[in-house]
Design a protein around this ligand. Structure first.
Ligand code: PRP
Ligand code: MG
Length: 237
């Protein structure tokens, strides 16, 4: 069962009612802007010049949804307004916030995410999936040797297909001290194999995605999906 904890008038729900075997905490925010930009990136006729900024918008709005509940630590203090003292709440500057874009396609989500979290550190993580075996190979890892266990981590990758790429990133993060409970993933389309894999190994990791699609085809593409996000973003079809 996809767990979508009750959120009162903001209840999130999975797009597909047929995904019944998942245990992951997966959120599909029912935001009209997210739905709109998802439609734009799904459309094969959307040119690269619009595809890339559309993914940027999805990065922005999915980040907004991913950070809004029980993740960013806040700290209260007193400020002087022009009239009097007032209690004010700020993001706690002592707790590190980290963005991990998965190259290449994750770069498209980064700008929108960074606009909302301008003080976040950005650690690039490059992974390429072998087109035949679908196995991931890490070719760049800019993570520091050790992460503060309080670090809030947002992993950015538009596509979760077999889940091999995300698993490689999560393993690298956790082996450096990141806590799964503080890791959230921003994706655009997620497929059941990836969600099942992440659930099995990292049940505390929350995934925020614009849509959940039914299947992978014989060459590991999400169907209906949106094609190859990296190639469409960077004009390398
Ligand atoms: C794609 C996509 C994800 C990954 C998903 O990247 O952007 O990172 O595949 O597949 P998986 O869940 O089966 O591992 P790709 O390897 O094509 O690299 P790119 O982003 O450079 O295009
Ligand atoms: Mg690609």
């Amino acid at each position: 069962m996809v767990r979508c904890p009750g959120l009162g008038d903001n209840n999130f729900s999975p797009v597909s009612p047929n995904i019944v075997t998942l245990q992951a905490t997966v959120y599909v925010p029912p935001h009209p802007l997210i739905q709109h930009w998802l439609g734009v990136v799904r459309d094969r006729h959307t040119p690269g010049a619009l595809f890339r900024p559309a993914l940027g918008e999805l990065g922005r709005w999915l980040t907004y949804e991913a950070v809004r509940r029980d993740w960013l630590p806040l700290t209260a203090t007193t400020v002087e307004t022009p009239l009097a003292a007032a209690t004010a709440t700020f993001i706690d500057p002592m707790v590190p916030v980290v963005l991990v874009p998965i190259l290449r396609a994750g770069l498209t989500l980064l700008e929108g995410s960074q606009n909302l979290l301008p003080l976040a550190r950005v650690y690039h993580f490059g992974v390429v999936r072998d087109e035949a075996t679908l196995e991931p190979t890490i070719y760049l890892n800019k993570l520091p040797a050790q992460l503060d266990p309080d670090t809030r981590v947002l992993v950015l990758d538009p596509m979760l297909a077999t889940g091999g790429t995300l698993m490689a990133a999560l393993e690298a993060l956790v082996s450096r001290g990141a806590q799964p409970a503080y890791i959230r993933v921003v994706a655009v389309i997620a497929a059941p194999p990836a969600l099942q894999k992440i659930t099995r190994h990292y049940p505390q990791v929350q995934i925020y995605t614009a849509g959940i699609d039914e299947t992978l085809n014989e060459v590991g593409f999400i169907v209906p999906g949106l094609g190859d996000a990296g190639d469409r973003s960077f004009g390398t079809m």
